[in-house]
Write a protein that binds this ligand. Structure first.
Ligand code: GLU
Length: 473
């Protein structure tokens, strides 16, 4: 970490981070806390750092790390540094802890758990906020309790007792907390391992983070963290605490109440740019713009238009946003996405796929739906008996047979096929839907499709004829 320090003439380079704990599969609510710092770093031509906060050994898993990395790669949230893992930085935390103890800014505390519990009960009974009473805090002239045998001390941070901690939060505005409200936080456990609030500050200092953009579940930690920054002689970063994302039931989004891992949206046929667009709007706005590209988002994103109230996830809206992005893509760009879904079903596509995607994209919300349509060109279709009964009726059957024979020699393109359809309609006195609906049921397995001539032209002639003639008795 050798970047030169900022001078007044040289504005400080923006450095943001995403610092997930890999203790469950990352969902949309979490990944939004990655999107904004990523976007801010990109918009400001700064750096985005990924840091995995894996100190909760019991709950952290490699599978959860993998979903974070895969989800971010899928969404194109690329990082410039990292991933750093907190578990690999233990020596550094211990070094900083030792420095604080040496300077009298942290101290050992041997208060046993029963004593802490008893203190808490006394305070609650006296209707006071439970807090550590500073029994082991060294003061000039104070005699400290004698250490009970066998109790390993924790380290506590010597929080200032006077004054206030204040910051201008980019989302929540000015926040001020009196130091009298804050007790001396445990920063290292009896076994010497550092605690969350301490590690975060050491990391944010070492990684030279200028803007901390994170969920507002951390807003109560911020005054404590700012005090630790000060004790370490470093200015705190700018903070932006993002309001919670609620699920469709209005509860805080979490794995426990059914939130899907972000990678599942990829598997369900959502587009990364649509997802980015949708998530961006979940807590930030640019006028009334609902649909925008990645490039526009990065051009517009700032910290001044972050929403202050909780945003609610709405799957129908996400599907609509996805459909808008899907429509704006070319068939050629969609084909590789449809190929992946088809391959998972054991179906090989061919050179017709871009044209198929182009023809069907307007009626799809996801690339899975697009693959469902494309499948009819590469694998057998199974029309529903009720569609056959409803559409492939007696009056249509001779017309379907004639269409099949005319198509044996018609030029195999949309105009050639259209002429054969027209001649069949005239010969049988039928209107277009009377022939097109049963033909679609037989050829595509569905009565509603884009125009019949265009659909047939994308089939192989033999397949189309065989299906038109596959009328069940
Ligand atoms: N690891 C914390 C979390 O996943 C985030 C810490 C931070 O952003 O400061 O909630």
């Amino acid at each position: 970490m050798t970047e030169p320090t900022a001078t007044p003439s040289q504005p400080q380079r923006v450095r943001t981070r995403f610092a997930p704990s890999p203790t469950g599969f990352i969902h949309l609510g979490n990944i939004r806390s990655a999107l904004y710092p990523w976007a801010y770093a990109r918009a400001q031509h700064g750096d985005f750092i990924l840091r995995i906060e894996d100190t909760d050994l019991e709950r952290s898993t490699q599978a959860a790390v993998d979903v974070i990395l895969e989800g971010m790669a899928w969404l194109g949230l690329d990082h410039d540094e990292g991933p750093y893992y907190q578990m690999q930085r233990m020596a550094r935390y211990r070094e900083v802890l030792a420095g604080l103890v040496e300077r009298g800014l942290a101290y050992p505390c041997c208060m046993a758990q029963q004593e802490l519990d008893a203190l808490r009960e006394r305070q609650l009974a006296a209707k006071q906020k439970p807090r550590y009473d500073g029994a082991w805090r060294p003061e000039p002239g104070k005699t400290l309790p004698s250490a009970p045998p066998g109790v390993k001390p924790v380290l506590r941070f010597r929080n200032p007792q006077d004054g206030v901690v204040a910051w201008d939060d980019k989302v929540k505005g000015h926040i001020e907390i009196s130091n009298a409200e804050l007790d001396d936080l445990v920063i290292a456990r009896p076994d010497g391992t550092p605690t969350y609030n301490f590690c975060v500050v050491v990391d944010d200092i070492d990684m030279r983070i200028t803007h901390v953009i994170r969920g507002d579940d951390h807003v109560n930690n911020t005054p404590r963290q700012i005090n630790i920054f000060r004790a370490l002689g470093c200015p705190p970063p700018v903070y932006a605490h993002l309001p919670t994302v609620l699920n469709e039931q209005g509860e805080k989004m979490s794995k426990r109440n059914g939130a899907k891992p972000v990678t599942q949206y990829r598997d369900e046929g959502f587009l990364p740019d649509a997802m980015l667009n949708y998530l961006a709007r979940l807590g930030w706005s640019h006028g009334d713009d609902e649909i925008f590209s990645r490039a526009q988002f990065l051009q517009w994103f700032d910290l001044d238009h972050l929403g202050r109230s909780a945003a609610q996830f709405d799957e129908a809206k996400l599907r609509w946003v996805n459909a808008q992005h899907l429509k704006s893509m070319t068939g050629a760009a969609l084909a590789p996405l449809a190929v992946q879904h088809l391959a998972r079903r054991g179906i090989n596509a061919d050179e017709r796929l871009p044209a198929i995607c182009e023809l069907f994209k307007d009626r799809c919300e996801t690339t899975v739906q697009l693959a469902n349509w494309a499948q009819a060109f590469y694998a057998d279709v199974h029309p529903l008996a009720e569609d056959i009964a409803k559409h492939v009726i007696a009056t249509a059957r001779p017309a379907l047979a004639q269409l099949a024979s005319l198509l044996e020699s018609a030029p195999w393109d949309a105009p050639g096929i259209a002429a054969a359809i027209k001649a069949t309609l005239a010969a049988h006195g039928l209107n277009m839907p009377q022939l097109a609906m049963p033909a679609r049921v037989l050829v595509m397995g569905a009565p509603q499709t884009p125009s019949l001539d265009a659909v047939l032209a994308l089939h192989r002639r033999e397949t189309a004829l065989a299906r038109l003639r596959s009328i069940p008795a």
